[in-house]
Ligand binder design. Sequence first.
Ligand SMILES: Nc1ncnc2c1ncn2[C@@H]1O[C@H](COP(=O)(O)OP(=O)(O)O)[C@@H](O)[C@H]1O
Ligand SMILES: [Mg+2]
Length: 150
Amino acid sequence: MGFSPSSFDWLIGCNHFCGRNVPVKGKQIELVQDFCQSAPAVQGFAGELNQIWTNLIVNAVDAMPPGGRLIVRTYPDREYVCVDIEDNGSGIPEEDQTRIFEPFFTTKPMGEGTGIGLDIVKKIVDRHKGKITLDSKPGRTVFTLCFPTA
Ligand SMILES: Nc1ncnc2c1ncn2[C@@H]1O[C@H](COP(=O)(O)OP(=O)(O)O)[C@@H](O)[C@H]1O
Ligand SMILES: [Mg+2]
């Protein structure tokens, strides 16, 4: 399997959930999608990109109470295509923000968190020559991922 032009198929495949309340990990979550009409393709491994969305969405859901709102947004930004994964959950304390990408850093109880999700995400983003940034305060956390266009 090679590095090939790849769209955000998996994210866009979730389209039919848009604006709906869906149960995720036993919680009702409102899913809001805000996709730009024609995101250019990015160069990458679709399977790895999917691991990124999965990890970020699971983390977002873990941080939110039932009834939380998850927003997934895509938009072009110069030579990049960006994806925001935004939740209205607890937020990440400032002292943790520099540590969350470390392997095995978790604030979740034993048996629930492994702390490897964001370590994997960071490695995949680096392999795709992408960028990941975080903006978090209580009640609003946004992970932004930008990938070079194909
Ligand atoms: N959206 C989020 N809201 C609040 N905290 C988060 C969010 N995403 C990640 N975190 C924090 O980052 C830590 C590390 O995440 P991760 O590497 O995926 O490991 P895990 O989910 O197994 O704990 C989490 O334990 C949590 O403290
Ligand atoms: Mg995780």
